[in-house]
Design a protein around this ligand. Structure first.
Ligand code: IGP
Length: 389
């Protein structure tokens, strides 16, 4: 007898000796401590999960049932069901796979991130653990008493849209990116922030990731302390609620939640924390599936459609249009959600295109940060001086 089961990355064949041993010889109560070495395939070491799925209990498991069982790991199951391809960093050894009642690791499988976004997230995991150790949440909460008060990020976008009839601008203070390299050598964050404000930006986005974007929390704090009035988005890869509190202590008024990284439960929980702290959450989506997930969550007020795929770096501004067509656009309209068109916007025609698609705000970095005079760059991008409207 042989059962063939498929999981995310591989197909394994569980051979007869293993299955029949499972059926005949193992008392159910001993499942948790057993470990099998497969003599035929030395590359994997399946062992039995502590909790037995119901279907295993009658011990007549055939290949079809095995397929139905799912991974048995609730967190992985949820992520998979929601189409989240970005995996969290395995803490030790190669990643663990789950097939029906089995957990196993492939000894030869590299413990490497599959794409740049995954690499960033894994790196962030290590970084945040260290930061949390230095400053546990209780201490951090004390720092929040001294933080400058949060400002109305969404209100600023709405006011600007109503006033100008053009998408409100979230201008990004961005030195470099993994896809474009260094965008500006003479990078003075405060000077750039002031220039953006002068050019008519409603809000600013400040990259804080050091390793991949050459950003920092010092930049965020410095811009806030310099008296720049535009509300500030902390552009960070958030994977832990601790980071939201940290961003608040550094003067952030909004944070980014990336739906290809975070399951629905995290998005719900983290956006609630934002509300409690008086901050906004910009929830980023890149495809229809992510958009549908986010639209099904109550209380989401701000959605960003990224025209850049963070896994492959491909850019396509028609993505904004695609995700706002038909029923999705209707729901967004009814819920009065503000949609932000993100990335790869360079010309007045690009701005007009995303506005016609239904966005009320845009998030722009490269095209304005690269130019010597960012104030004039904004006028060039919109085709007019939006600071005077
Ligand atoms: O520089 P651009 O192409 O104008 O893009 C700005 C912004 O949309 C981009 O930096 C961005 C969008 N979502 C992100 C998530 C993480 C890091 C960066 C981003």
């Amino acid at each position: 007898m042989e059962a063939s089961v498929v999981c995310a990355h591989l197909r394994i064949r569980v051979q007869d000796p293993l299955l029949s041993t499972l059926r005949r010889r193992i008392p159910l109560s001993d499942y948790r401590c057993l470990r099998f070495k497969s003599s035929r395939r030395s590359c994997y070491t399946p062992f039995i999960r502590a909790q037995q799925p119901e279907a295993m209990k009658n011990s007549n498991v055939d290949s079809e049932e095995m397929k139905e069982l799912g991974s048995g790991n609730p967190i992985d199951d949820i992520r998979m069901k929601q189409g989240i391809t970005i995996r969290r960093r395995p803490t030790t050894g190669p990643p663990q796979h789950h097939v029906g009642p089995f957990e196993f690791r492939l000894e030869n499988e590299g413990n490497k991130p599959q794409n740049i976004l995954e690499e960033i997230v894994w790196n962030k995991d290590v970084e945040v653990s260290k930061m949390k150790e230095k400053k546990p949440l209780l201490k951090l909460k004390k720092d929040m008493d001294n933080a400058l008060p949060p400002r109305d990020f969404i209100g600023a976008l709405k006011d600007s849209y109503v006033r100008t009839g053009m998408p409100a601008l979230i201008a990004e203070v961005k030195k470099a990116s993994p896809s474009r390299g260094v965008l500006r050598e003479d990078f003075d964050p405060i000077e750039i922030a002031r220039a953006y404000e002068k050019g008519g930006a409603s809000c600013l986005s400040v990259l804080t990731d050091q390793k991949f974007f050459q950003g920092s929390f010092e930049n965020l704090e410095a811009i806030r302390s310099a008296g720049v009035k535009c509300p500030l988005l902390c552009k960070e890869f958030i994977i832990d609620a601790w980071q939201i509190y940290y961003a608040r202590t550094k003067g952030a008024d909004a944070i980014l939640l990336i739906s290809s990284v975070l399951p629905d439960a995290d998005i719900k929980y983290m956006s609630k924390i934002c509300k409690l702290l008086g901050m906004a959450a910009l929830v980023e989506v890149h495809n229809e599936r992510e958009m549908d997930r986010v639209l099904a969550i109550d209380g989401i007020q701000l959605i960003g459609i990224n025209n850049r795929n963070l896994e492959t770096f491909e850019v396509d501004i028609s993505n904004t249009r695609k995700l706002l067509e038909g029923e999705r656009g209707e729901i967004i309209f009814q819920k009065d959600i503000i949609v932000v068109g993100e990335s790869a916007l360079f010309t007045p025609a690009d701005i007009a295109y995303v506005q016609e698609s239904g966005v009320r705000a845009v998030l722009v970095g490269e095209s304005i940060v690269k130019q010597q005079n960012p104030t004039e760059a904004i006028t060039g991008l919109f085709g007019k001086d939006i600071s005077k409207i």
